[in-house]
Every structure is written in structure tokens, then in C-alpha cells.
Design a protein around this ligand. Structure first.
Ligand SMILES: Nc1ncnc2c1ncn2[C@@H]1O[C@H](COP(=O)(O)OP(=O)(O)OP(=O)(O)O)[C@@H](O)[C@H]1O
Ligand code: SF4
Ligand SMILES: [Mg+2]
Length: 320
């Protein structure tokens, strides 16, 4: 399959009093056109930073230290601002983690969904508003006129999230980055929204990176899972395999800490907590929480290796 995006050896850090604290360490993966990938990990594992890096939206004191982000054959990290503007929203768009903070409180929803058309295409305001309403219909908003004339605070969380996805789809992107799009919603609305997202992915032939800390969300919406911990990829596997037989101790821990349909078992949270950046142990970042840790784990970062067809894992329990 054709590669749409390849992230190669990406390192991102924060400058703290002249010292660089690494938040993403040597992250590499590729995504083929049409794939639906879930990026999973606890809070603080680096998921949002990875998505922001892809759009080159990391702000100081954060910075991309090195690596490549190849999109359709071109390195985003080497693009000029003008080229980047053609990528953001048009090729790659993002639904941000906090819908309220990414919507403008003083503009109506209709205007905000219409804005991409006004900025990037030659349309009149009236045409753009019409297009915005079309989009609001597509994201299953039935009372389009009311919603288009409303301000963000006048809408429910579910409606705001739908408006966000309408904005993200306006310019017909190829790749959608959805950062925890359902965390603000209650369980019923979550399921509804994920169904909608699935339908839209099909309808718009999107490639999807869905960011979540919740393995429950993964099963509905993806065909591949990338697990992130301490700014490194622990495991990268097809969804069915990862649920059947997780390889990395962290993936196992995450799966044991969530309820699974049709299975009655005691839930076991992973011991300990994600440390702040700069405080991860040397060697394997998961070492101080891992029950299988042994001597070698403190020596160096375990490399991500393919150990079965299509399955990659970064753990010294596997391989030579
Ligand atoms: N502006 C910043 N300055 C310093 N550290 C930061 C900054 N932004 C993020 N970090 C740190 O980088 C690490 C990764 O953050 P990131 O936001 O990517 O995590 P996440 O996996 O998205 O977590 P969550 O599930 O809570 O959204 C965290 O330790 C975070 O505190
Ligand atoms: S490398 Fe070692 S510490 Fe890290 S997950 Fe594997 S066994 Fe555990
Ligand atoms: Mg985040």
C-alpha cells in the first residue's frame, strides 16, 4: 500500500533552563493511505505532541530536535511557511483535544465552519455559509439553521464536537488527526460520535489517526494500534492481534485495566504513574512500572523491532 505519512526518528523536547527535556524520543512509523490508526497511551505519554509535530504546531519552549515527517513524499519539517499553509487544513486537519478552546467564542458556528472556504477558496460569504450548512448536515446536525446561528457556548458538548469535525472536513483533507475527540462526551454520545466518525472516514476516504487514552474507543474505530509511553512507541500492531495477544508489558497493562465486552474479570490498574518528562528511568522508560523488568532494561532504550508479520514491539523480552 502507498505510504501517506512517514515519521522517521522524530525527537521533540522542551528547553528548560538551557537543558533539553525530551518528550518524544526516536519515534518512527508509517501510515498507508486509508488506514485507521489509533494512537493510545496514558496521559502524558506524548500523544498530543506527536500530532502537533505532524502539523508543525509545536511552540517554544518546545521544539523539534530532529527527524523527518514525510507527507506525500515531502518533508513537512523542511517546508517553508507558505507550503505549510497549503498542508494545514487542506491536506491534514486536526480536531483538537479541547473543543471550547479551539472554537472562537465570539463567532457563530456557521461563520466558523464557513471560514476555511472564505480563506482558502474563492467564494462569496453567502456561498461559504451555504457550504457550511451542507457540512453541518453531513455531520448529522438536523437543526442546521439554529446551530449555524449559535455561538459555541450555546451548544451542547456533542454539538460542538460535531461542529469541530465539520470544520476539519471543510477543505476535504486526506489525513485527519482526531485528538481525544470524545473525552468531553458522556458514554452514549461517545458511541454516537465514533459511529459518525467511522461513516465520515468512509465517505471522505480519510486516513485517520485517532488519539485516545481509552482502549475501549480503539476497538470501534481503528484497524491498527500504536501504543505510546514516555515518548516512545512500545508496540505497533494490527488491532485484532493486539487485543488477542498484546506483546509489550505496557500494552498488556493497559488492556488489563479496562473492562472488556463479554469478559468478567478483575480490573488491574497499572502500578505507579507516568512521570513528568525528564524523570523517566534510563533505558526502557517503562522499567520502574514493569513487572518483567530485568538487568538489560536499564542499559538502553529498547529499539522498536518487527518480530512477527506486521507486529512491532520495543521490549527486551522479544528478539535476541
Ligand atoms: N508546553 C510544554 N512545556 C513543557 N512540557 C510540556 C509542554 N507540553 C507538553 N509537555 C509535556 O510533554 C509530555 C507529553 O505531553 P502530551 O500533551 O503530548 O501528552 P498526551 O499523551 O497528549 O497526554 P493527555 O492524554 O493528557 O492529553 C507531558 O509530560 C507534558 O507535560
Ligand atoms: S524492556 Fe524491560 S522494562 Fe521495558 S517493557 Fe520490556 S521487560 Fe519491561
Ligand atoms: Mg493530549
Amino acid at each position: 500500500m502507498e505510504n501517506l505519512l512517514s515519521v522517521n526518528n522524530l525527537r521533540v523536547g522542551f528547553d528548560k533552563e538551557g537543558k533539553i527535556l525530551e518528550a518524544l524520543k526516536d519515534v518512527s512509523f508509517s501510515i498507508a493511505k486509508g488506514e485507521k490508526v489509533a494512537l493510545v497511551g496514558e496521559s502524558g505519554s506524548g500523544k498530543t505532541l506527536l500530532a502537533l509535530s505532524i502539523l508543525r504546531l509545536i511552540e517554544p519552549p518546545g521544539k523539534i530536535i530532529e527527524g523527518e515527517i514525510i507527507y506525500k513524499g515531502k518533508d513537512i519539517l523542511k517546508m517553508k511557511e507558505e507550503e505549510l499553509r497549503k498542508i494545514r487544513g487542506k491536506e491534514i486537519s486536526m480536531i483538537f483535544q479541547e473543543p471550547l478552546s479551539s472554537l472562537n467564542p465570539v463567532l457563530t458556528i456557521g461563520y466558523q465552519v464557513a471560514e476555511p472556504f472564505l480563506i482558502h477558496t474563492k467564494t462569496t460569504k453567502r456561498e461559504a455559509i451555504e457550504k457550511a450548512k451542507e457540512l453541518l448536515k453531513i455531520v448529522s446536525i438536523s437543526d442546521v439553521d439554529r446551530v449555524a446561528n449559535a455561538y459555541p457556548h450555546e451548544l451542547s458538548g456533542g454539538m460542538r464536537q460535531r461542529a469541530m469535525i465539520a470544520m476539519a472536513l471543510a477543505l476535504n483533507p486526506s489525513l485527519l488527526l482526531a485528538d481525544e475527540p470524545t473525552t468531553a462526551l458522556d458514554v452514549t454520545l461517545q458511541a454516537q460520535f465514533l459511529n459518525l466518525l467511522n461513516d465520515l472516514v468512509e465517505k471522505f476516504s480519510l486516513t485517520l489517526i485517532l488519539i485516545t487514552h481509552d482502549f475501549g474507543v480503539v476497538s470501534e474505530t481503528s484497524d491498527r494500534v500504536i501504543v505510546l509511553y514516555g515518548g516512545t512507541i512500545c508496540e505497533d500492531s494490527p488491532k485484532a492481534e493486539i487485543f488477542k495477544k498484546p506483546l509489550h508489558p505496557y500494552t498488556k497493562g493497559l488492556l488489563e485495566s479496562i473492562p472488556r465486552r463479554g469478559e468478567e474479570k478483575e480490573l488491574k490498574p497499572i502500578k505507579g504513574q507516568v512521570p513528568p518528562i525528564g524523570k523517566f528511568p534510563a533505558g526502557c522508560p517503562f522499567r520502574d512500572r514493569c513487572q518483567s523488568a530485568f538487568e538489560k532494561c536499564s542499559e538502553k532504550l529498547p529499539p522498536l523491532k518487527e518480530i512477527e508479520n506486521g507486529r512491532k514491539v520495543a521490549c527486551f523480552l522479544y528478539g535476541d
